[in-house]
Ligand binder design. Structure first.
Ligand SMILES: Nc1ncnc2c1ncn2[C@@H]1O[C@H](COP(=O)(O)OP(=O)(O)OP(=O)(O)O)[C@@H](O)[C@H]1O
Length: 239
């Protein structure tokens, strides 16, 4: 395996134009980006710079206009989608972690985490068992039988991370995952993402404005007007 980035995330020359003619917006302009398996990178940029557009393209939520994307060793886009089932791609290859945990209020913690596994065709007992293993790794197994409304904000976010990991995706896309948290909880979430990335060899992109966590990234991509450039970060806390 000479080229590790082929198994993580590789984006080459990715462009996205919204609309056409005079009102067209070039939200991404030939973006290049790589994230190795086990690596957590930050994606930082001002409002309107293209962060959400990049995550949505990677997450197969919107169609790019041109370029290439490889996720977990599979070329998924090459001036057009290369795979027939985008829903299966989202379910099996990508874990999403959002600012709001979006837990299902009428399912307990275990079932919230197990649900994506069940939807991927695994039996309920096995899915629940895997959910509990992840909840244990994330130090929230003692809340396995609780309902989401009974959890603290930090616990809810850890459950959401467990849910994002339950199908063992090669890629996690995290959009402002620490925004609602105080600094102790924010650092805990970032530590967990780093630990999980290492343990499961997941490639993680964290979009953030959160000054508290920016120093934790070893590599940071800045984005401005749809153009990215890379900076070596400090990686202080987790280096
Ligand atoms: N559906 C759309 N139609 C047209 N233009 C869009 C659409 N979505 C986003 N844009 C434009 O694309 C550019 C990038 O937007 P994007 O939402 O990716 O930025 P962002 O960095 O995520 O911003 P924020 O931090 O405010 O969420 C902006 O100029 C935005 O106005």
């Amino acid at each position: 395996m000479a080229d590790d980035s082929a198994r993580g995330i590789r984006i080459e020359g990715l462009s996205k134009r919204y609309g056409s003619g005079d009102t067209a917006v070039d939200a991404l302009r030939k973006v290049d980006m790589t994230v190795a398996p086990g690596e957590v990178v930050g994606l930082i940029g001002p409002s309107g710079s293209g962060k959400s557009t990049l995550l949505k393209c990677l997450g197969a939520v919107i169609d790019p206009s041109a370029g290439r994307m490889t996720l977990g060793g599979e070329r998924i886009y090459d001036d057009g989608w290369h795979i027939p089932d985008l829903r299966a791609l989202r379910r099996d290859k990508i874990g999403f972690v959002f600012q709001a945990p979006y837990l299902i209020p009428f399912l307990d913690v275990t079932d919230n985490v197990a649900l994506p596994r069940m939807l991927a065709g695994h039996g309920n007992t096995q899915a629940r068992q895997q959910a509990v293993e992840l909840l244990t790794a994330l130090d929230v197994a003692h809340r396995a039988g609780a309902m989401p409304s009974q959890l603290s904000g930090g616990e809810q976010q850890r459950v959401a991370i467990a849910r994002g990991l339950v199908n063992r995706p090669p890629v996690i896309l995290a959009d402002e995952p620490t925004a609602p948290l105080d600094s102790v909880r924010a650092m805990a979430v970032i530590r967990i993402l780093n630990d999980m990335a290492r343990q499961f060899q997941t490639a993680v992109i964290v979009v953030t404005h959160d000054e508290k966590i920016i120093p934790t990234f070893k590599r940071i991509y800045h984005i401005r007007d749809g153009v990215t450039y890379e900076e070596a970060g400090e990686g202080r806390s987790f280096g």
